[in-house]
Design a protein around this ligand. Structure first.
Ligand code: A3P
Length: 287
């Protein structure tokens, strides 16, 4: 069945929870508070992983706090109808999450002291993860084929828009005091070190025991078993577990099992055009 996406300012969004009004409200009217912390990602870059890390840090490493409330309540998706209600009634300081590109982010953020944690992932791995996710999640069009999905991804014709635009837009924030930039690959390589850096950015001191708990509970193994993270509580008409697994592989470099040499070369050419001008070296550029 064809999915009718919601379009806001030229970008399409999944219809289940987003509406043009909720996106407009989030963009133009949502009042950001100085003590808000935003988890921002392009889809499939480790959003739920960072939600888990941030809320574990917030709770001082207490997994019981995390399990007490569903994901969406803990760190609401304030661009969606339901998430917005939660965000507006949420006691401060708030943790919030979204996939918005920078140009659609709440305008009130830009004069505030609120913080953004932006997680970025190798786009080839994002693409593979997105391909499988689109098959199991009813808010997304089931891709016709991997090749077609690749073409759509490269042209930016996927929900939440172009990965390249998203990343280039958010990279403009790099170096600002209230912006923390990290990659999925860094989280993989050194979760403990990443958690320590995040604590510093959030000005939250955690002792070694609390850090150990964050690292343990945010591991792929623990999150795969945790119903608050693994999406198995979602009804089948939203997320069909028979068609896939949300916490699928959780590795770096799975793209190598999916791309042909020609597909990889075509991707690299477009990647170079978009990203080549950035002075930034990303962890995946060397592999
Ligand atoms: P894969 O499909 O490659 O396995 P998002 O939350 O942005 O939708 O991203 C989902 C991706 O992050 C999935 O990638 C998922 O397995 C991975 N992920 C989630 N939690 C993780 C963890 N603790 N460790 C490693 N990868 C994780």
């Amino acid at each position: 069945m064809a999915v009718e996406y919601v379009t806001y300012q030229g970008i399409k969004f999944p219809p289940a929870y987003n509406s043009e009004q909720s996106l407009h409200f989030a963009h133009k009217e949502f009042q950001v508070q100085d003590d808000d912390v935003f988890n921002v990602t392009y889809p499939k870059s480790g959003t739920v992983w960072m939600i888990e890390i941030l809320s574990l840090i917030r709770s001082g490493g207490d997994p019981a706090w995390n399990r007490a409330v569903l994901n969406s309540n803990r760190v609401p998706w304030f661009t969606t109808r339901l998430g917005l209600e939660t965000a507006l009634s949420y006691s401060r300081p708030r943790l919030l999450t979204c996939h918005l590109p920078v140009q659609l982010f709440p305008t009130s953020f830009f004069g505030s002291k609120a913080k953004v944690v932006y997680t970025l992932r190798n786009p080839k791995d994002v693409l593979v993860s997105y391909f499988y996710f689109s098959k199991m999640c009813s808010s997304y069009e089931d891709p016709e084929s991997f090749e077609q999905f690749l073409q759509d991804f490269l042209s930016g014709d996927v929900p939440h828009g172009s990965w390249f635009d998203h990343v280039r837009g958010w990279m403009e924030m790099k170096g600002k005091e209230n912006f923390f930039f990290i990659t999925y690959e860094e989280l993989q390589q050194d979760l403990r070190g990443s958690v320590r850096q995040l604590c510093q950015f959030l000005e939250q001191e955690l002792d070694d025991r609390a850090i150990n708990s964050v690292v343990e509970n945010a591991s792929f193994r623990a999150m795969k078993e945790n119903k608050m993270c693994n999406s198995t509580l979602l009804p089948r008409d939203i997320m069909d577990q028979k068609k896939g697994t949300f916490l699928r592989k959780g590795i770096c470099g799975d793209w190598k099992n999916h791309f042909t040499v020609a597909q990889s070369e075509a991707f690299d050419r477009i990647y170079q055009d978009w990203m080549g001008g950035l002075m930034e070296a990303f962890p995946w550029d060397s592999c």
